[in-house]
Design a binder for this molecule. Structure first.
Ligand SMILES: *[C@@H]1O[C@H](CO)[C@@H](O)[C@H](O)[C@H]1NC(C)=O
Ligand SMILES: *[C@@H]1O[C@H](CO)[C@@H](O)[C@H](O)[C@H]1NC(C)=O
Length: 255
């Protein structure tokens, strides 16, 4: 058994070359492909055109986020690739890696076709990214909404998954982290919707505060338990705000 790279120029001892090849392909997820060539010769061929009937095994690394789409509903997509190429395809899952491995087995032409089809498919997939942003603690009630309806709406409208880090009620946290997952565009839309929420809540708070204590607007040091952060003069837990919002159905209109 020997190891051959796709151009067929390199044939090295497997024990030495395999770790090297895998290490390299960590860098470029899809570009580097390892070929194992088994010398199982001609016996099985009924096809006279094919001179060498070697069984090829090609391993392609597939980012985990793409796996469900590549396999398809009930395996339909991968069956389609098998049917088009004539190669057999299996998957090796790695829980400790960012990728899984797709093993393509068959005669040279079939495995090469399957490999091309898989690479093309991977290239067409939108890249899923993860990003974070921080929001003021006082805006979280509004971002989440009653029963989570606002955050669900932000998720639906943007297509991104949105999560706000949870905190203990006793924590004096003025900023909270939001994690967003989706394509670049989806993340961008979700961020815009969240920033909108924060701006609306900021506006509502300013109006409320100027109504309540016009003489003390510029002295947040009044309440000793409050956090010193300037944008959060009344640093109350999220659910208190949550209740407060109910009274102000459409504060955005006043602004
Ligand atoms: C598989 O390919 C053959 C032709 O090679 C075609 O007749 C058949 O419909 C295909 N089956 C599926 C499930 O795509
Ligand atoms: C949900 O969002 C809407 C629109 O920004 C807002 O009017 C409403 O107050 C929010 N819900 C809560 C509970 O803050």
């Amino acid at each position: 058994m020997c190891l051959v790279f796709r151009d067929g120029t390199m044939a090295v001892n497997t024990k030495l070359a395999l770790p090297v090849a895998l290490g390299l392909s960590l860098v470029t997820v899809t570009a580097l492909v390892v070929y194992y060539v088994f010398k199982k010769d001609e016996e099985k061929t009924s096809d006279k055109v094919v001179k060498s009937a070697r069984v090829n095994v090609i391993e392609v690394k597939v980012p985990k986020s793409i796996m469900p789409a590549l396999i398809g509903r009930g395996g339909s997509n991968i069956k389609d690739i098998e049917n088009k190429s004539g190669a057999l395809i299996h998957f090796k899952k790695f829980t400790d890696q960012e990728y899984d491995v797709c093993t393509i087995r068959g005669r040279t032409e079939t495995t090469q076709l399957a490999e091309t089809l898989i690479h093309d498919f991977i290239k067409q997939q939108p890249l899923i990214e993860q990003d974070t942003m921080t929001v003021p603690g006082w805006a979280c009630g509004r971002i989440i909404g009653s029963g989570g309806e606002n955050i669900t709406d932000i998720s639906h409208r943007s297509g991104a998954k949105v999560k706000i880090e949870s905190i203990q009620a006793s924590d004096k946290v003025t900023q909270r982290q939001v994690t967003l997952r989706g394509t670049k565009e989806q993340i961008q839309v979700a961020k815009g919707l969240i920033e909108n929420c924060v701006a609306q809540e900021k506006c509502r708070r300013e109006i409320e505060q100027s109504k309540r204590s016009p003489r003390h607007v510029s002295s947040p040091s009044q309440s000793p338990s409050a956090s010193p952060a300037p944008p959060a003069p009344e640093d109350a837990p999220g659910d208190m705000h949550h209740n407060a919002h109910v009274k102000y159905k459409r504060p955005g209109k006043i602004c």
